[in-house]
Write a protein that binds this ligand. Structure first.
Ligand SMILES: [Zn+2]
Length: 176
């Protein structure tokens, strides 16, 4: 059986996906509570329990001090899924990333030179700096220390039904 369990932090924000066996281990260690169950039992010699679909950590979750991965989705997350030029929030599929100082002018592909941009602003800006294009950044891009709720690389379509209520960060996006 390969069912996976979605782990939430105390505030019901998704943390990660773990094998259900691990979820049961954490349950017996008193570290999590079960929020949603699958309609499937596991049996051991002494008891029968439902496989946890969603569990919630009972104590504050301490993230590892790993740097946030420099990826498209984490850039969008840092920028709150909003174009950094016109400020409009868009679904992921309509977002692009923009080199603030274009590569042609020596700009680097780094946290501090990449921002989220909608296709329209990106096209308008072209190979120009914001100043040359008469555009203004909403905020200076920085290296994020932490991007919560984006560690999970599961698309909403693939997610078990029991997870849906807890995947609010993607549901919100898809409405847009
Ligand atoms: Zn825009």
């Amino acid at each position: 059986m390969t069912a996976m369990t979605l782990m939430l932090d105390q505030g019901y924000a998704p943390v990660k996906v773990i094998p259900w066996q691990r979820a049961i281990q954490l349950l017996f260690l008193g570290k999590v509570e079960v929020v949603e169950e699958y309609d499937r039992d596991v049996r051991s010699t002494h008891l029968v329990i439902k496989i946890p679909a969603v569990v919630r950590l009972l104590r504050a979750f301490r993230r590892h001090k790993k740097p946030v991965k420099f990826s498209r989705v984490n850039i969008y997350g840092r920028d709150n899924y909003a174009c950094q030029y016109c400020g409009v929030q868009r679904p992921i599929v309509e977002l692009t990333y923009d080199h603030v100082v274009p590569r042609a002018q020596g700009g680097t592909t780094t946290w501090t030179n990449i921002v989220t941009a909608c296709a329209r602003c990106n096209e308008w800006k072209g190979n120009r700096t914001p100043k040359q294009a008469g555009m203004r950044l909403r905020k200076e891009p920085v290296q994020p220390r932490d991007v919560p709720a984006l560690v999970i690389e599961v698309s909403r379509e693939n997610a078990p039904a029991a997870w849906r209520d807890y995947m609010w960060w993607t549901s919100e996006l898809e409405q847009g």
